[in-house]
Design a protein. Structure first.
Length: 264
């Protein structure tokens, strides 16, 4: 009975998690303007998504922002994690504690404070995209740090020192010894940073140019309007994003299992 109760509990949990997006995915292939009744099946929403210039420019801009800010955040978060790992205990503990603050801090507080600092105090223009990129880097870098630290703890800390004793330069020791050991954590951190950037609303709202929209800000504005074609096309966009996430997660798990098999 215990075994069946666990299975039922897991099924209910998975149903609650995946049912909303699955329903949305089904309706993205219909001609319905509202969720509730299906009148017919069509790919019109997907055609609109990939042919309407407004939607295409929004998606491309969001992807470029997410990948660019995630790349910067990954570099900073990885270097910060490595620096903390090889620092003294009190310094490492202090860095870990300071890294936890932006992780648990509300996005609306982070976005508003960045807006005040960069735009009001320093006079940066939103049109430069610099405040927006900095905001997403600040949002993502602490999570990259958290993704890399466990891999560093799993690594033998003496490997880097051994490489130096064998004649490697500090840069060679970092790139040829440390980085390969923690690469899975770096990749996970980068993927998480991209996801956080795509999902962000508050920081983008406070720091983005007036003529630029991310997926999150565009969706919020579109759902307030009366453009039915745009709303239903966003169902298709949500389905595409979900499908890509599933494919990436499956690919990462398969690659991880292959590496484990090769090690054995």
């Amino acid at each position: 009975m215990k075994k069946w109760s666990k299975i039922i509990f897991i099924c209910i949990m998975l149903l609650l998690i995946y049912m909303p997006i699955l329903i949305l995915a089904v309706y993205s292939f219909t001609t319905s303007a509202n969720i509730g009744s299906i009148h017919g099946w069509s790919l019109h929403n997907y055609v609109t998504l990939f042919t309407k210039d407004e939607l295409r420019s929004m998606i491309v801009g969001t992807v470029l922002l997410a990948t660019g800010s995630a790349l910067i955040a990954t570099i900073l978060g990885t270097l910060g994690a490595i620096g903390a790992f090889y620092s003294k205990k009190w310094a490492s503990a202090s860095i870990n504690a300071m890294n936890e603050v932006p992780v648990v801090n509300a996005d609306v507080v982070t976005g508003f404070s960045i807006c005040i600092l960069l735009i009001v105090a320093f006079g940066m223009s939103k049109d430069s995209y610099v405040p927006l990129v900095i905001g997403h880097v600040v949002l993502s870098a602490p999570f990259v740090y958290l993704s890399v630290v466990p891999k560093l703890k799993q690594m033998d800390s003496s490997l880097y020192e051994a490489a130096l004793d064998l004649g490697a330069t500090p840069f060679q020791g970092l790139t040829k010894v440390v980085i390969p050991q923690i690469l899975p954590g770096i990749i996970s951190g980068f993927a998480l940073a991209v996801t956080l950037s795509l999902d962000d609303y508050f920081i983008a709202t406070y720091t983005k140019p007036a003529t630029f929209d991310t997926i999150s800000t565009y969706v919020v504005n579109a759902t307030k309007g009366s453009q039915t074609e745009i709303k239903t096309a966003l169902w298709a966009l949500s389905t595409v994003i979900f499908a890509l996430v599933v494919i990436i997660v499956v690919a990462m798990n398969v690659a991880g299992r292959k590496k484990e098999v090769e090690r054995l």
